[in-house]
Write a protein that binds this ligand. Structure first.
Ligand SMILES: [Zn+2]
Length: 136
């Protein structure tokens, strides 16, 4: 049976700026200078108009959970289990994945969350349910 690689993903290429921003506590996405389309993940050109001209915009880090899953068996060895992966639609209109910190409210879909940049978390991007300021 083949061994599963449990190391963290390698960060490279177009996503470098995103990961560097996260490590500095900033949540960013691309903004097309031609048509105004906001996009994430980072791409070389706009999927709406094809333009290569873009800028970087900083998110306020607030949004709503639109989907989630509970992971019982982590694929990356640094995660503790179980944990929730959440898909969050940020208030700026782009969607990002992160790890939920704190207590998962029920139902989780539709709950407001705030981005958290916990350097002790195995994921550089986490979301905390709005109002759970002391989550760990
Ligand atoms: Zn565009």
């Amino acid at each position: 049976m083949p061994q599963t690689d449990t190391s963290a993903p390698v960060i490279k290429d177009q996503s470098d700026f995103y990961w560097e921003s996260l490590s500095g506590g900033r949540l960013v996405f691309q903004y097309c200078l031609s048509c105004g389309e906001k996009r994430f993940p980072f791409r070389m050109s706009c999927s709406r108009c094809g333009s290569f001209e873009h800028a970087i915009e900083q998110s306020a880090g607030t949004g709503v959970v639109v989907s989630h899953t509970r992971v019982e068996k982590p694929l990356i060895g640094t995660f503790t289990k179980p944990y929730h992966v959440v898909l969050v639609e940020l208030d700026e209109g782009v969607r990002m994945l992160g790890i939920l910190q704190g207590t998962a409210p029920a139902p989780l879909i539709g709950k407001r969350v705030v981005a958290s940049f916990n350097s002790e978390s195995p994921s550089p991007l986490c979301f905390i349910p709005d109002g759970q300021s002391d989550a760990s």
